[in-house]
Design a protein around this ligand. Structure first.
Ligand code: NAP
Length: 281
């Protein structure tokens, strides 16, 4: 039997409608949520992401400021811009698009963002809040994955979740969020000795690696839920995930497609975080 799809586009539409209604309510109280996006350099993929974020702000009624700077900008200049936005009361969320040019220390720049405006959830204060269960901003991609599980009313308690990938922006926060919902969590990475032995035990698999066809049907327990975070290109140049979708969908109970799965949820959760930041402020 073919798995049911978790449709990230439809779910995004629902969440964005709710965000738009809350933005409107906040505006009626005299506050317009504002997001500042800083893009340094001319990476074409980053330019597309940034444009989509600004567009999503407009669609949900938020104010946005897009600052584009040449790759020759110095780190000190960028830090000064972040400091100015930290003080700007019309801005509730600050996002510095990564990757930054090689002469800049991304950690230092992210740490310069006020934790109250860290809507990407990459600041160590946000990571610490997630780790300890305190309120804070959750990184948008794993947050979107959690919303997808919530949308199918999946009870994680006592389930075995296997996260493939341990990056600070996806894999690690994903594992923390699953743990918070009382799943038993295994984190796999490039040094994992036998990935298949791990994934075959999983009730939920989150693939966040960046390698197409990494997860094949023989690695998936029948009935498992599979979330595909990966964004890769196939031989025809079309967007695809880490999961061999055609075969895995015959084994899984639920699966996210690529495109149209986790991707749209990431920007949606950025909107939700920015609204939260404005409501808290
Ligand atoms: P990343 O920083 O490159 O991390 C990739 C992780 O995969 C690393 O932890 C790496 O292990 C692990 N890995 C590599 N090869 C492996 C293998 N053969 N078996 C098991 N694990 C392996 O990437 P990321 O930023 O987390 O992103 C992961 C993917 O998600 C990428 O395709 C990215 O484009 C995509 N992404 C999508 C969205 C979205 O909105 N849909 C958002 C963010 C990222 P080591 O730590 O040992 O190197």
């Amino acid at each position: 039997m073919s798995a049911q799809l978790i449709d990230g586009i439809a779910l995004s539409r629902q969440i964005r409608a709710d965000v738009a209604a809350r933005v409107q309510a906040l505006k009626e109280r005299g506050v317009t949520p504002g997001l500042a996006v800083i893009l340094v350099g001319d990476d074409p993929a980053s330019a597309v992401y940034v444009r989509n974020k600004v567009k999503a702000c407009a669609e949900t009624g938020m104010h946005s400021v897009l600052e584009t700077w040449p790759a020759s900008m110095s780190e000190a200049q960028l830090l000064a811009r972040v400091a100015a936005l930290n003080e700007d009361p019309s801005i509730h969320g600050i996002l510095v698009q990564l990757p930054l040019p090689a002469h800049m220390d991304a950690h230092k720049v992210i740490e310069a963002i006020s934790p109250g405006k860290d809507v990407d959830g990459f600041h160590v204060a946000s990571a610490g809040a997630l780790m300890t269960g305190l309120p804070g901003f959750w990184p948008c991609t794993p947050y979107g994955c959690m919303k997808m599980l919530e949308s199918i009313h999946y009870d994680l308690r006592g389930k075995h979740a296997v996260v493939i990938g341990r990056s600070n922006i996806v894999g690690k926060p994903m594992a923390m969020m699953l743990l918070q919902k009382s799943a038993t969590v295994t984190i796999c990475h490039s040094a994992t000795a036998n990935l298949k032995a791990m994934t075959l035990q999983a009730d939920v698999i989150v693939a966040a690696v960046g390698k197409r066809h990494l997860l094949t049907a023989d690695m998936v327990k029948p009935g498992a839920v599979v979330l595909d975070v990966g964004m890769n290109r196939d031989d025809q140049g079309k967007l695809c995930g880490d999961v061999d979708f055609a075969s895995v969908r015959e084994v899984a109970s639920w699966i996210t497609p690529v495109p149209g799965g986790v991707g749209p949820m990431t920007i949606t959760m950025l909107m939700a975080n920015t609204l939260d930041a404005a409501e808290r402020a």
